[in-house]
Design a protein around this ligand. Structure first.
Ligand code: FES
Length: 83
């Protein structure tokens, strides 16, 4: 599964770097490096919504503070039941 994090300038200012680092850490911690592909993308045209992340064609708005919740509530469940 691929998770794409926007590293465009607006998202960068909102902490995309920390979001990427946090996701990398969580993926490693959960031994999911072979299941989750983290990728970076430039501006997704949704700057006002904070750090934009897409997974399974769906867009999420994250901040460094909500990254862990996103991982637990959205990433992990979709690995269990992929669609
Ligand atoms: S910079 Fe991330 S959506 Fe524009």
């Amino acid at each position: 599964m691929k998770i794409t994090i926007c590293i465009g300038s607006s998202c960068h200012l909102k902490g995309s770097r920390q979001v990427v680092e946090k996701l990398q850490e969580l993926v490693k911690k959960n031994n999911l490096t072979d299941k989750i592909d983290l990728a970076a993308a430039f501006c997704m045209g949704n700057c006002q919504n904070g750090v934009c992340v897409t997974m399974n064609e769906k867009m999420y708005s994250l901040s460094p503070e909500t990254t862990e919740d996103f991982f637990n509530n959205d990433v992990l469940p979709s690995l269990v039941a992929p669609f």
